[in-house]
Write a protein that binds this ligand. Sequence first.
Ligand code: XLS
Ligand code: CA
Ligand code: CA
Length: 438
Amino acid sequence: MSNTEYFPGIEKIIYEGASTENHLAFRYYDENFVVAGKTMKEHFRFAMAYWHSMCNAGSDPFGPGTRKFTWDVSADPMKNAKAKLDAAFEFMGKMGIPYYCFHDRDMAPEGESIAESEANLKELVELAGEKQQETGIQLLWGTANLFSHPRYMNGAATNPDFQVVTHAAAQVKTALEATHKLGGQNYVFWGGREGYGFLLNTDMKKELDHMGRFLQMARDYGREIGFEGTFLIEPKPMEPMLHQYDFDAAAVLGFLHKYGLENDFKLNIEANHATLANHSFAHELRVCADAGMLGSIDANHGESLNGWDTDNFPTNLYEAIEAMIVVLESGGLEKGGFNFDAKLRRNSTDPEDLFIAHIAGMDTFARALMIAEKLLTEKRIMDFRENRYSSFKSNEGQAFESGSLCFDELANLASEYGEPELQSGKQELIESIINSSI
Ligand code: XLS
Ligand code: CA
Ligand code: CA
């Protein structure tokens, strides 16, 4: 174990309450505070995203990274990977973040051969297991990076070249084993390049069949090695591909049912991917929750001015309240959690900024949880929503819902009822109820 401190001068972040002037303290997130029967820690199961917090130095298409990592200690990538692991656990420990998520390539560098890549990951997984033991920090989910290497430029499981599909399998097999070894509670598939850029060189049906087959095989292998966690698909409509097959929650639900995957898979919903698909974050959560398929959340926020996948830390309270209403109404995330798939802005270059960003995200959701709980207990909004449908409680409405009314009977009722009175949707009232509870 190393004695190096990677974030010197920063102590354990504690809850100090809303009036504190200490920017390295929680104002709302008090992990032991109980809301709706569970502690905040249990509600959120917050996770650190290894790829952003430990690997992303801030490069963009116009320039290199701006942050220096104290864990970039050597020219040897394996030495760096080990230092990075130590830094990750120091960071999570100081933050009080109980989970993390990683891609194979975030944790260990790709080698010259499949065997070398596997050996690299196994070595790091061994060490990560020890770190988990020492600290009690757990793995929320693992995944394989099937989008960075040039071989995946035309997709991984959906690549027109069968040889590439075999490489994807080799990588997923090892990443699944790693996730299982570390007691990961979920395994994520984000179809980063599973889609197309040009329809006339693409056999979409074949590609989707291949993706279905690949996921069935991966699921079966996971169950064979004893992985009991949830498999998750993370929808995203575009970026990097022009069009991605896992476009949004509704498309993924249809896909899972078509390929018989619905009993082992749920969805991982990312706020910024929702808005890229022209939905709200809450919409995507609701689609999953209504289908009993809400698995986990990638908590971030998209920049509304350009609509790209900017992965800002989530500080939009209103959006978080809407999300927490759905999460609470659905009964919570079970094996899932709130993973900060979010990155610092390129010009946030102080070492403390990573802490401040996570504190801001955790405080935003903690506050949203309390407000959502209040709105749900007061019931003004929920009662209004329920009453909007009260006409279906009539005998005829019930007969319609249960299927015992035929279509001509339904049509005949129109003349019997006459012109319906207009029923206001009261949107502004609801918005002002939310505003006054903040
Ligand atoms: C990228 C995705 C990715 C997944 C994991 O847009 O959000 O980071 O969460 O592969
Ligand atoms: Ca994500
Ligand atoms: Ca994203």
